[in-house]
Design a binder for this molecule. Sequence first.
Ligand SMILES: Cc1cc2nc3c(=O)[nH]c(=O)nc-3n(C[C@H](O)[C@H](O)[C@H](O)COP(=O)(O)OP(=O)(O)OC[C@H]3O[C@@H](n4cnc5c(N)ncnc54)[C@H](O)[C@@H]3O)c2cc1C
Length: 290
Amino acid sequence: MYPAQFDYYRPKSLKEAISLLKKKKDAKLLAGGHSLIPAMKLRVSSPATLIDIGRIKGLEGIKASKTSVKIGGLATHAAIESSPELRSACPILAEAAGHIGDIQVRNRGTIGGSLVHADPAADYPTVMLALEASFTLTGVKGKRKVAADAFFVDLFETALKPGEVLTDVNVPVMRAGQGGCYIKHRHPASSYAVVGVAAIVTLADGAVDAVQLAVGGATPNPVLIKTVHHALVGQKPTPAAIASACENVAEAIEDPLGDLYASGEYRTHLATVLSRRALTEAVKRAKKQK
Ligand SMILES: Cc1cc2nc3c(=O)[nH]c(=O)nc-3n(C[C@H](O)[C@H](O)[C@H](O)COP(=O)(O)OP(=O)(O)OC[C@H]3O[C@@H](n4cnc5c(N)ncnc54)[C@H](O)[C@@H]3O)c2cc1C
């Protein structure tokens, strides 16, 4: 399997990359190459030009402030998994990064590449939705911020416009009384999420104050299950209350994806089971987060 011929550029700066994106017709950015190169080998994608941003300095950092963490678009899954800043300020994201592929994939793949590729079976999009993260997109006209729930538009389709680079991801710092958990049923061959669930629970005085529950892998883009928030707010997070709230999960999954490995019905079932497990673990962690 060989890709079609292409021209290759390796810009040294973001400015140069953006200018190349503007000049070159039918160009694609190359970051870790772990989604784009296989797609090119299968000839699902045949860009005339590749602009390799993998060595641009300054796009890979992870910086925490009091309220948010800024992650460069070129940060690898391995850097996110092992970042002391993220492990303390937003542990659910480090946890999700650790579930991606294998060590080779985590060493090369980047957060920007994963989000822009928008594979329905990817792990980050689900976590980003639950975290209410935002993305900075930089192009010739400057920067704009897009919230995660507006970024994922359809299967492999995002709000990124031609000529733009995803330069950073902003996630909130988790507060006292908050706990998060990402859990997935992994495909045995690829490790992608057949279904992945991200749960963030906020507790106040022993009762549930807020729940952000997102399910990925079952639909073209991850979905936020708002009914679970409404069912649990004000209640004590008992196993019975969590199980009853999760009875609503299936209703939010319209037209579930199905394939040879997992039917739509099975994915919907997994979504309910994993939601219950992720919420139970998130509550446990929230209780420890004083
Ligand atoms: C064997 C294997 C197992 C995997 N398992 C998992 C898994 O379990 N979970 C999971 O979530 N993923 C998995 N992946 C996918 C992996 O996480 C990829 O690394 C990721 O999807 C793409 O990141 P990348 O840096 O390799 O992007 P690339 O492949 O370089 O690019 C992907 C797309 O994003 C665009 N792009 C890249 N960076 C930017 C940017 N900063 N701004 C704008 N556009 C950009 C490119 O033009 C391209 O269209 C797996 C991949 C492989 C090969």
